[in-house]
Ligand binder design. Structure first.
Ligand code: MG
Ligand code: FE
Length: 167
């Protein structure tokens, strides 16, 4: 059984989690007016750190060289820039959209990884990836359910700012 792809995808997943960590950290900093969102992001940041650790452990167990992983992270893709870049004040809404899209990307990645691990008869990889998948799904669901509320409170704050500025 060819395991090259399984190994590559585990590495990719690890890189994805390192990027998620950076994105969630930079997002959490700017959410002082959105306590519920902030709390959910903080929770997922903790889950994400554990996910990266779990993937590292899996790779070590499979004999995959993890020495190069230390340099990863901190490099932001287009997703990260949408979240991390300072935008025209509406980053809470843009961040909500990008976060939801990112979680969906993670969900799809773990589904492919689980299928590959099943093919390769790697039950421990399947188990861990299914656990992680559940966390991603829960985060995606939460974000999807709260985006309208976040948008409304952002717009209400923007209105308030306008009223203040005209006084
Ligand atoms: Mg994740
Ligand atoms: Fe996630």
């Amino acid at each position: 059984m060819e395991t090259k792809y399984l190994e590559n995808w585990l590495r990719d997943a690890h890189a994805m989690e390192k990027q998620a960590e950076e994105m969630l950290k930079s997002q959490a900093k700017r959410l002082e007016h959105y306590p519920a969102l902030r709390a959910r992001i903080d929770q997922h940041l903790e889950e994400t750190t554990h996910q990266a650790d779990k993937l590292e452990r899996l790779m070590t167990e499979l004999g995959i060289d993890t020495s190069a992983l230390k340099d990863m992270g901190g490099k932001l893709s287009a997703f990260g820039q949408a979240l991390g870049g300072m935008m025209a004040g509406d980053e809470v809404v843009k961040g909500g959209i990008a976060s939801y899209a990112f979680e969906c990307f993670e969900i799809a990645s773990y589904k492919a990884l689980i299928a590959a691990a099943e093919q390769a008869s790697q039950p421990e990889v399947v188990r861990v990836c299914k656990d992680i998948l559940q966390e991603e799904q829960a985060m995606a669901d939460w974000l999807a359910q709260h985006l309208d509320e976040t948008t409304r409170s952002f717009l209400a704050r923007a209105d308030d700012d306008n009223v203040q500025a005209k006084k």
